[in-house]
Design a protein around this ligand. Structure first.
Ligand SMILES: [Zn+2]
Length: 187
């Protein structure tokens, strides 16, 4: 019988562990989110459009995940439902968004939260306030102001965030002062 040298087993174990590690972590960009969450798009699938991140957008997506989505998810003790994150320029046009949209840089994401199938986007607002999350722009999209249909949130990085809050009622955008935003917790 051929004897396997212990050193070969050692190398085999290291290589195996490495590939297992890669398999489990290669797409992970934060505690809760993966590259799949960023690139996945029903519209891209439907229209057969490639929606792949470039290196810079990948870093921006990671910044958004680490500084905004993870703290919200920690507060809710749950992953968020992501309806749209990164959009390539072509995909962005197809969904009818402006060319300058933060989605095209992976700086913005549209999020929702459900508990037992019931939409609870009010809890996302609560998480953002309680965790004192710094953001560039927050849009409460349709529905009611304290439980909108979905929430658009973006970041530009430290020192560049405006903490701007808007409510879109389906027809026009209304600006909320940050104080009005904080008051949503008491409504
Ligand atoms: Zn959006």
């Amino acid at each position: 019988m051929k004897r396997i040298k212990p050193i070969s087993i050692g190398i085999g174990a290291v290589v195996g562990a490495f590939f297992l590690y890669k398999l489990l972590t290669v797409d992970k960009i934060s505690k809760y989110y993966t590259i799949y969450d960023v690139e996945n798009s029903d519209n891209a699938d439907q229209y057969g459009i490639e929606n792949k991140l470039d290196t810079l957008s990948r870093l921006r997506a990671q910044r958004l995940a680490l500084t905004v989505l993870d703290p919200i998810s920690d507060y809710l003790n749950s992953r968020l439902f992501i309806s749209s994150w990164f959009r390539s320029p072509l995909l962005n046009r197809i969904v009818g968004s402006k060319d300058k949209s933060d989605h095209t840089k992976a700086n913005a994401v549209d999020i929702e939260h459900f508990i037992n199938g019931v939409q609870r986007n009010d809890l996302i607002i609560e998480a953002i306030i309680r965790k004192n999350i710094n953001f560039d722009q927050l849009i409460l999209e349709k529905g009611s102001i304290n439980n909108p249909n979905w929430i658009h949130i973006s970041t530009r990085g430290p020192g560049q965030n405006r903490n701007q809050v808007l409510y879109f009622d389906g027809a026009e955008y209304k600006t909320l002062s940050y104080k009005q935003f904080l008051n949503l917790l008491n409504e």
